[in-house]
Every structure is written in C-alpha cells, then in structure tokens.
Ligand binder design. Structure first.
Ligand SMILES: [Zn+2]
Length: 197
C-alpha cells in the first residue's frame, strides 16, 4: 500500500509557516525535534509568487511555498516526502486559514501579532486531511531504474486542469520521468526527459 510509505508523515513534516515578511509572522509550527531555519523562510518569502507552488531543495530538507492573497504559506519536510504531498498540505492549510480568519486577516498586515497562534493546533489535522482527501497515488515504471514507483499526485492538479493529458515530472535518482495523466488519474504514457535549468 502506498500510504504505508507515509505512515510517519507527521514526523517528516518539519515546519509549516505562515507570514508576510521578515517582521510579520502569523503562525510558525515546527515538529518537536526540528530547528527552525529563519533564513530558509526568509528566502522563500522573497521568492514566493501568487498561485504558483515554488520549491527549494537542500541536501537534508526540501521546501514548498506559495503566496495567496498576499500571505506566504511555507512547508518544510524530509527529502523523501514528495512535493505534491507537501503542496496538498499547503492547500489544506490555506483553505483552513482563510475559513478561520478570512474576515479579519488584513487587519494584521503590519507589525507582529499572535492572533493566529490558535491555528498551530490545527496543523496535525491539516496534515492528516491532506493525506486522506487531497492526493492520489499512481504507479509508474521508470525505464532507467527498472523500478515501479508510487508517485503522489495532488487532486487539484487534475481537477483544475483545462486540458488533458496533464503532464508531471517525477524527479528521482538524478533524472526525470515525464508522466501523462488523464482526467481519471490514469497513466496515459511516460518517458524519460532531459533536465536543464
Ligand atoms: Zn528512474
């Protein structure tokens, strides 16, 4: 079962952070054993773009972040957690955050605030809900490794798509496998792609 590989998902999520800029932090949740990396968070806040998930990869941790309505949502995890899973968790956090504070958050766009502290207590259920409701696992065989992989796909990637097939690159072991998915999350083909950048 693919979910078994994320049995310890909670322990692999190192930090979830919500804020605006260097001086304005709304929520900073960290796992009990994690050191916070303020430099990482600051770098992410500067790079973040509205509506697009961006990634930073370090040797021992990876980060995903996105700006939504001016607020930067950030997640850090162990490198074995797939990006699509991390994005799904952020989607859940964004929805829950605006459900709870949508009417008032703009009042806190300047200066420090701890009005959002209570949101920390929702993080465990946000992670759980994302894993249960916001992702699908597909299987794909890589011709280079000759391995069958479980690939995590965010449901909204398919549900919000305007044309099909949707393509996604599963990057692993120093190479990329391009996978085509139809509207039912079925694999319609795959090929090894070259990577640059
Ligand atoms: Zn491979």
């Amino acid at each position: 079962m693919p979910l078994a590989s994320y049995e310890h998902l909670q322990n692999s999520i190192l930090c979830i952070d919500i804020g605006l800029d260097t001086n304005t932090n709304f929520v900073r949740w960290t796992s009990p054993t994690t050191n916070v990396f303020p430099m990482d968070i600051e770098a992410a806040r500067k790079m973040a773009k509205e509506k697009f998930f961006l990634h930073i990869e370090k040797p021992n941790r990876r980060m995903v972040f996105i700006k939504d309505r001016g607020i930067i949502f950030f997640i850090m995890a162990d490198v074995e957690i797939q990006y699509q899973m991390m994005e799904a968790i952020l989607e859940e956090c964004i929805e829950q955050f605006f459900n709870s504070y949508g009417a008032i958050y703009q009042n806190f766009f300047s200066g420090m605030t701890n009005i959002f502290e209570g949101f920390k207590s929702t993080m465990k259920s946000n992670i759980e809900n994302a894993q249960k409701n916001r992702i699908k696992w597909i299987q794909s065989k890589c011709p280079i490794c000759q391995e069958n992989y479980y690939v995590c796909v965010r449901k909204t990637l398919i549900e919000n798509a305007t044309s099909f097939p949707v393509s996604i690159v599963f990057q692993h072991g120093g190479h990329g496998l391009l996978i085509y998915l139809d509207a039912k999350f079925h694999t319609r083909g795959s090929e090894v792609v070259e990577i640059t950048g």
